[in-house]
Design a protein around this ligand. Structure first.
Ligand SMILES: N[C@@H](CCC(=O)N[C@@H](CS)C(=O)NCC(=O)O)C(=O)O
Length: 343
């Protein structure tokens, strides 16, 4: 069913043209199915601390898990209405296409071929990353250019494999890989000394290093050889759910930009700032056209927090992962995280 929401007269007030005024509530089979079953099925990693991994209470936690929780908060007013499916890199897109999961939130790089050839859509960039190299400190390696012929541990079905091949070829280095399907095998092979080098997204290197018996015995080389914009992914062809997924991500950013957090969101309901009123559904209704309620973003912020809260809690400088905001700072703070306006 397609429902006309705005009259032409109302549209004038929204700054929309008469044709754009025929805005619609898109139907979303995915959203309907999620509502019917009562939870969001979220595809995650097998365990990358800070991104998605079981915590000390065996509860899934991390920046990418918080994104799944935010979607559930927006739909159900309940951030815990999520079930998690751990997936290897090779399994992830098939699981999404086959409908085994609703959202893939699993250290997944946005590339053109994935976005245009797999029947999927990347929602946005939750974490701007780049590929790096982890080596043993005792080996005294200073640069990736010193890695010719070194045994390199890699997970298959990743951009990691392709970038490393490009880099070694471009620099005329001998490329010698040891490839595994499972991340645990990759890490174990590196720890056992079967490889000299472990390469993947540098955030994941920091995450894995934090789990080693002696993290200080390993160094991440300064070289970053690729762009790895990591983001959630949904199936192509359900624009309604794509919008829910995308604006959930933007709401996390917009909340940070406007200074709205889980701690102050209730006070912020009384704010005079029109942008905060729109975000929280105090003025206007941006939720109903998504198939949600008008306090959708209030629920996200109240139950999960804003982007900065998730970042600092799971991967920020005060965590064992210890990642500075860098490119993931908001645009006004020197990074490139940016939400379009909610209006
Ligand atoms: N971002 C790259 C790499 C993704 C990837 O699979 N990274 C590994 C490195 S830690 C991972 O998340 N493994 C977790 C697992 O296999 O459970 C991609 O999208 O291809």
């Amino acid at each position: 069913m397609i429902k006309t929401l705005f009259t032409v007269a109302m549209a004038a007030g929204l700054g929309l043209s008469a044709s754009a005024a025929l805005a619609q509530t898109a139907t979303s089979p995915t959203l309907d199915a999620i509502k019917a079953k009562g939870y969001v099925q979220c595809g995650v990693t097998g365990g990358v601390p800070g991104f998605s991994a079981p915590d000390e209470n065996n509860v899934w936690a991390g920046l990418e898990v918080d994104y799944c929780r935010a979607v559930a908060a927006a739909i159900f007013n309940d951030a815990e209405a999520v079930r998690y499916t751990p997936l290897t890199a090779q399994e992830r897109f098939t699981a999404l296409s086959a409908g085994e999961i609703d959202i893939l939130s699993r250290t997944t790089t946005w590339t053109m071929s994935r976005d245009t050839q797999l029947g999927i859509k990347v929602v946005g960039t939750m974490f701007y990353d780049g590929q790096g190299f982890l080596v043993r400190k005792e080996d005294g390696i200073a640069s990736a250019l010193d890695l010719s012929g070194a045994a390199i541990c890699i997970e298959s079905g990743t951009t990691t494999e392709l970038n490393a091949a490009d880099y070694f070829a471009a620099n005329s280095l001998e490329f010698n890989t040891v490839v595994f399907v499972d991340q645990d095998e990759v890490v174990k092979a590196y720890e056992d000394g079967r490889c000299d080098v472990y390469t993947t997204d540098s955030s994941a290197l920091a995450a894995e290093r934090s789990k080693f018996a002696d993290p200080s015995a390993h160094v991440i080389l300064p070289d970053i050889i690729s762009k790895e914009p990591l983001g959630p992914v949904v199936r192509q062809g359900d624009d309604g759910f794509f919008n829910v997924a995308r604006w959930t991500y933007f709401a996390l950013l917009e909340a940070e930009e406007l200074g709205v957090s889980s701690a102050n969101v209730d006070e912020m309901l009384a704010s005079d700032n029109p942008a905060i009123k729109r975000l929280l559904g105090v003025e206007g209704d941006f939720g109903t056209p998504l198939g949600l309620t008008k306090d959708w973003a209030y629920q996200i912020i109240k139950l999960v927090g804003n982007y900065s809260e998730s970042y600092e809690k799971h991967v920020g400088p005060s965590t064992a992962i210890g990642l500075a905001r860098g490119l993931n700072a908001l645009w006004r703070d020197g990074g490139i995280q940016y939400s379009p306006p909610i209006r």
